[in-house]
Design a protein around this ligand. Structure first.
Ligand code: PLP
Length: 369
């Protein structure tokens, strides 16, 4: 039996161990730990890579959302519409600026459904916070149309979307900017917690820059209330190096998605994510490969018995199901039906063709094909 873990954490380091050791040594010998040149270089490269004017490194992806909302002036009495199919962090960031998180439904590519968003707009709605989930952008044309019609801001939770594009435009370029997570298992993973914010909006950039470092400006003066949410310089040095070959990694992920499409696309029991070439408006980077599967729970057990790791995103709980946090638990039909069927199968750059063959063969066997 083969062993195909869902994610291979040691591989993150082992894949280029000597280079990483070199970076640790270099940064350590320079004593360059906080707000040093490795961070500013990474920020410049991150802005350039995403097609934005500015980037700010912050402590993690959750802080990035929280600081971006604060920078945009969202707070008490405001409502922010976000997809229920997202991490709790998206809603928590809205909650912690004092605004009300309003969950919306998703559609069959698992991205936020613009029709659902439209129905949820009230006089208090200030912003839409779409999640660029699983490495795919939402239908940004539709969302920008709604934002224009109702005079709303858009801030993207692109924790899973670094490198994703819609209509040739990268994350962060649509309105107020996008937040990114560099959590180890994310597409561009660091060796710990790390996050970023990208934008072409000068005011958003300047405010997030202040907020992440105690409200302190370039002259060391405290000009607004702020926090400590700086991205460690050592993590920035690692991320800057990893960004230099990130496009190759995206290509690997897109090839894996094509492989799955080719080998599983005929199974009626499955709904696969859109394949890389299926719609020219989208450029997906496949942070995850989230399928919908008949007899999902049995399939998950079967895969486990065959040494294959799989995962149900958010532990099977869309945000609106969290009644302990004050959500109603119903009213979003696609999300509710989808969460009985969704499953993520292995999608990461450590996977070899033999692994993919093995996974596909096992799934086909489960459905008697
Ligand atoms: C990972 C993730 C976050 C949080 O990022 P952290 O770096 O872990 O704080 C937020 N939103 C989404 C959609 C995520 O996947």
């Amino acid at each position: 039996m083969r062993n195909v873990p869902f994610f291979n954490y040691p591989y993150l380091f082992k894949s280029r161990e000597a280079d990483f050791q070199g970076i640790f040594t270099d940064v350590g010998r320079r004593g360059a730990y906080i707000l040093q040149k490795d961070l500013s270089e990474f920020e410049q490269n991150l802005a350039k890579f995403t097609g934005n004017r500015y980037a700010v490194g912050v402590a993690n992806g959750t802080d990035a959302i929280w600081l971006a909302l604060m920078a945009a002036g969202i707070g008490k009495g405001d409502e922010v519409i976000f997809p229920s199919h997202t991490y709790i962090a998206t809603a928590a960031a809205i909650h912690f600026v004092g605004a009300t998180p309003v969950p919306a439904d998703c559609r069959n590519d698992h991205m936020i459904d613009p029709e659902s968003v439209k129905k949820l707009v009230t006089k208090r709605t200030k912003a839409i916070l779409p999640t660029q989930l699983n490495g795919r952008c939402c239908d940004m044309d539709a969302l920008m149309g709604i934002a224009r019609e109702y005079n709303l801001m858009i801030i993207e939770d692109a924790a899973q979307g670094l490198g994703a594009k819609f209509g040739g435009k990268g994350i962060g370029t649509f309105d107020k900017g996008a937040t990114i997570s560099f959590y180890p298992a994310k597409n561009l993973g660091s060796f710990g917690d790390a996050g970023g914010f990208v934008t072409s909006d000068k005011d958003m950039y300047e405010q997030v820059l202040l907020l992440r470092d105690h409200g302190r400006n370039d002259d060391g003066l405290f000009v607004r209330w702020g926090f400590n949410s700086r991205l460690d310089n050592l993590q920035a040095a690692i991320l800057n190096y990893k960004l230099s070959y990130y496009e190759e990694e995206i290509e690997k992920r897109r090839n894996i998605a094509s492989f799955y499409q080719e080998h599983l696309g005929d199974l009626e029991e499955l709904l696969l994510p859109p394949s890389p070439e299926s719609d020219e408006r989208y450029f997906d980077v496949y942070q995850n490969y989230e399928i919908e599967a008949e007899r999902r729970d049995e399939l998950k057990v079967f895969l486990k018995e065959n040494g294959i790791g799989s995962l149900i995103q958010w532990n099977g709980q869309p945000v609106h199901s969290l009644t302990s946090l004050g959500f109603t638990g119903n009213g979003l039909p696609y999300t509710e039906a989808m969460f009985r069927k969704c499953l993520m199968i292995p999608m990461n750059t450590s996977l070899q063709t033999e692994d993919l063959d093995y996974v596909c063969t096992a799934i086909r066997r489960f459905y008697g094909k």
